[in-house]
Ligand binder design. Structure first.
Ligand code: PMP
Length: 346
């Protein structure tokens, strides 16, 4: 195992070329990391290197560039398998991002398993991406979407949430870390209760994977999704984790290229996992660069990054409370990441 780099804020700033630019005559301080993160030079270098040294379509050519590009793309899958501790590499499916991941699950597992009168549970702190795909499939199937409540401080009402999981529940889809409140949800007991009642679990980990280690086997969730661009990687690529047996059981999402084994006008046999869910030419370059982004995060280690983030959160909360009259923080859960939402009275 390679040793971790020392975290020095000036060196870290140097890693991000966009932070060297002045904006309106001032050094750039960027706060909007929950929306998307900036990219370190190493990620930008990988993108350039990919196009300069290996650009080709993957999985179908046997020439040198095709082999290089395929190897690089598949190496990212291995890196991501380790990153979230998936049991099998074919449980890692590349998507366009969190939103596409949840739509994929709703349109495949949702369509396959939901029946009239079944219930899908989400929480009151979901991003739209974990609301609308469920509304769409529930409407189509005559299923009912229910919302697990939260307290005023932004914590999930866990007792009420567990109470809502019953024999009609087919799917529980919940955010791990809220993008607006910062709340880290107690997803383990929710997953356990869902499984006791034979419901599937989906975890929106878009805001979780950059802050702390996420272990899909320890969580024992059926699905988990996140985006590269919130993890210092490029836009346009995301990860869907699904348990192998479930991914094998459910139908494919989109048809065409890559997801087929044999095609005739009469019948198509689908490809094996994970390619069954990766129709068409994927976002090869950005996927290759996602590996570099994960390696960048790992080079410091998430506990070190989390420490820095927690220090900044405490500093900013104290300073704003002191300096701004009528400052009211929104989302004060005991267990939260470094997001600072607030209102100002009046
Ligand atoms: N879920 C959460 C919790 C998010 O923060 C976001 C992005 N703001 C999404 C889902 C959607 O991610 P994307 O736009 O990358 O698909």
């Amino acid at each position: 195992m390679t040793s971790l780099k020392t975290f020095d804020i000036q060196t870290v700033r140097e890693d991000f070329p966009i932070l060297k630019a002045d904006l309106n005559g001032k050094p750039l301080i960027y706060f909007d990391n929950a929306a998307t993160t900036q990219k370190p030079q190493v990620v930008l270098d990988t993108l350039q290197q990919y196009y300069q040294e290996m650009n080709a379509n993957i999985h179908r050519g046997i020439h040198t560039l095709a082999e290089r590009a395929t190897a690089a793309y598949e190496e990212t899958r291995d890196t991501l398998q380790t990153f979230i501790n998936a049991e099998h590499r074919e449980e890692i499916v590349f998507t366009r991002g969190t939103t596409e991941g949840i739509n994929l699950i709703a349109q495949t597992a949702g369509r396959f398993y939901l029946k009239q009168g079944d219930e899908v549970l989400i929480s009151a702190m979901e991003h739209h991406s974990n609301i609308v795909p469920w509304q769409m499939i529930c409407e189509e199937k005559g299923a009912i979407l229910k919302v697990m409540p939260i307290f005023d401080n932004g914590e999930l009402d866990l007792d009420a949430a567990l109470e809502m999981i019953n024999e009609r529940t087919r799917i529980v889809s919940i955010v791990y870390v809220s993008n607006s409140l910062g709340t880290i949800n107690p997803i383990k007991p929710i997953i356990e209760k869902a499984h006791q009642l034979n419901a599937l679990t989906v975890i929106d980990a878009a805001q979780a994977v950059s802050h702390f280690d996420v272990d899909v086997q320890a969580l024992n969730t059926d699905f988990l999704v996140f985006s590269s661009h919130k993890l210092y990687g490029p836009t346009g690529v995301g990860v869907l984790y699904g348990k192998k047996a479930i991914l094998e059981a459910i139908p494919p999402y989109q048809g065409g290229g890559e997801m087929i084994k044999d095609v005739s006008f009469e019948k198509t046999t689908y490809n094996e996992l994970p390619y069954k869910f990766e129709a068409g030419t994927p976002n090869i370059a950005d996927t290759v660069a996602l590996k570099t982004a994960v390696e960048y995060v790992n080079s410091y280690g998430k506990p070190v990054l989390a420490n820095q983030e927690n220090d900044l959160l405490s500093y900013a909360t104290a300073l704003l409370t002191e300096e701004i009259e009528g400052f009211i923080p929104v989302g004060t859960a005991k267990n939260k990441v470094s997001v600072l939402s607030f209102r100002i009275e009046g």
